[in-house]
Design a protein around this ligand. Sequence first.
Ligand code: S3P
Length: 448
Amino acid sequence: MSQLPSDPKPLTSRKAGALQGTVQVPGDKSISHRALILGALAEGRTEISGLLESEDILCTARALQALGAGVEERDGNWIVTGAGLGGLIEPAAPLDFGNSGTGARLMMGIVAGHPLRAVFTGDGSLKKRPMGRVLDPLKQMGLQIAEEGQSKLPLTLIGTSGLVPMEYRLPVPSAQVKSAVLLAGLLAQGRTSVVESEKTRDHTEKMLAYFGAAVSSEAVDGGTRISVEGRGTLHGRPVTVPGDPSSAAFLAAAAILCPGSDILIRNVLVNPTRTGFYETLKEMGANISFENERELNGELVADLRAKAGKLKGVHVPAARAPSMIDEYPILAALAAFAEGATVMDGLGELRVKESDRLAAMVAGLKACGAVAEASGDTLTVTGAALVRGGAGVATHMDHRIAMSFLVLGLAAEEPVTVDDASMIATSFPEFRGLMGTLGATFDDGARD
Ligand code: S3P
């Protein structure tokens, strides 16, 4: 049964005409978390422009404040006054990460390396998600958990100033796990390494180098080893956060589905560890392109043009999953309109996201009259020229499920209602407003 927040906010989308215009999506969620965290560990001041001001990021900002770092908004920018490596203090109250797995897991890495106790908690969705994948390596480095044998929030973490460095091979392709271990490694005496067999998003490594940490990356048998030297000094730096490609994906998908659309999304992060969705769209025959590629504090950005067009089904290999892990829900919605079957392999990680996204997508697509099936870790969606819609969809406290079905409703024959759109604020509070700017409005049942 779906567990909804106390005040769910249903939202309905219906067939839309051509979307037009130029917009900018808010800052990348992954980079926003990391900019706040590294700023808090640095010496001096980090000024962040374009920070994503969503619930997930505000939870990380509040947690860092509670741990003694200075984090404040000033004239639209965020100023972080670092405590320096090892300088965080014990929080007076539990740290609440809301819906955010990234916030909770990355922060476990830094709490592990400070001699303090901190209670980690979150919302109903986060409390169901596995934390053992981060706690296991951190315990090997010296972290203690008061609730022995438990690995779901709430948990009381007991950090130490004596973390032991290690080399850790990732058992799952997770940038969150890699980042938690590297952040703990910053606080350990010596060199900490993570070996990954599949490349996951590399923003932590890139930003660590930008802040002056001794970080390196090398090809090894069966993957990449990323290493960081502990107990150096990080220096506060200005950070400009590029637009989030995972948020842009919903706007691009809407433009592809609504006949006559032509939109430009400026300033989108196009780091190759994040662009698997766009690569897949091109293979499906979508009319999308990156224009004006350039570099912004060590990250690649571009303007993204998306136009309406027909799609054909493709096979999406498992090896591509880490570079588009958050985009499968919207890809599955698009695949419902493609000619032929889209087969997506290697999706086991989708079961442990903000909801079981495999189950949620199959159930929602079927409710909308589309043909979808999950078998093991493979999702197959067989497209059709017409998708009926005309359904209520359960979002299971998952922002990306909500946005995916609202986009699907823009091209379905009958309106689609999601049971709760409030979770969209965790990653993309501007979603509804930006869709309106482009020409698509949603209906929340409120009277003018
Ligand atoms: C993230 C990594 C991904 C992704 C999440 C953000 C990050 O999770 O799903 O939205 O910022 O490191 P995993 O690395 O656990 O797959």
